[in-house]
Design a protein around this ligand. Sequence first.
Ligand code: PMV
Length: 326
Amino acid sequence: MKPMEVTATAHPNIALVKYWGKRDAALKLPAMPSLAVTLDGFVTRTTLRWGARKDRVFLDGVEAAPGAAKRVLDLLDRFDPGRPPCEVESRNDFPTAAGLASSSSAFAALALAAATASGRGLSLEALSVLARTGSGSACRSLHGGFTLWRMGVRPDGSDCHAIPVEAHPDLDLRVLVAVVDEGPKALSSTEGMHRTALSSPCYPAFVESGEPLVRCAAEAIGKGDLLGLLTFMERSTRLMLSAMWCSEPAVRYLKPRSLALIDEIEAARGEGLACGWTLDAGPNVKALCDAPSAEALASRIRRHGVRVHVLGVGGPARVEVPLARP
Ligand code: PMV
């Protein structure tokens, strides 16, 4: 069989209404719906050789550790149990496993590369389902723009995928990623959410908040109501962080500098900038703001000695068309 090589790219996404907890761990079915924005600027580029000599996985230029390679190969096996050996090379142009959503773009790019290289075209919904089985939040990185990850009702998870959310044309957002620490996190999101769901008395309140907050946030995006969106995003974030903190032992990714940045963003809002903050499974703070506020907010954040990426709303996952040889 002639090997087929495909390169796919995807952008990570940041949740505005959070997912933290599963109702089915094996299928990665969430206990709540969530809503996210895809980021431009950060990219995962994944090349898949379908029909290589043997299975091999390279992440950021080095052969992957067995656990990380298994997650990649498991997705390919779920996609096609009779697949040929595959070589996967995946690179991020931003820090990996540091709460910057690198797994969301990685598994979205992998799902698209696998479907394309195998010659089996999949719908966006089916690709989103496949990406979800690698990392839950990856299902939200196929469409681009704003996406809502619906819970679905089928036990096999085939209707548990992301759908696009229509944004008002005047909603011109920027996402500022303030890098407090770009090292890999000590506790994986899989373990952190499992512990939270098992032991946190605040977890039920967070789960219950998901559905109404997703509805309100989607409505705010459709109306171009940035201040409303910021309110719902911060509420969802605080509920998730509270649930994490009340776990036994506590799930805590925050660092003192993360809190200083939250203070800074809230102070900037008090002085009239349209901005709000969110965090995920890491100490890095993301600020959401309108385009005119982005530079002023970025320079306020930089005064705390952290690097800031100013990103816009990213597009969908894509297959790269190889350049024609002369
Ligand atoms: O899909 P995972 O396992 O990387 O979990 C992502 C969890 C959060 O980033 C904290 C929230 C979210 O909805 O993306």
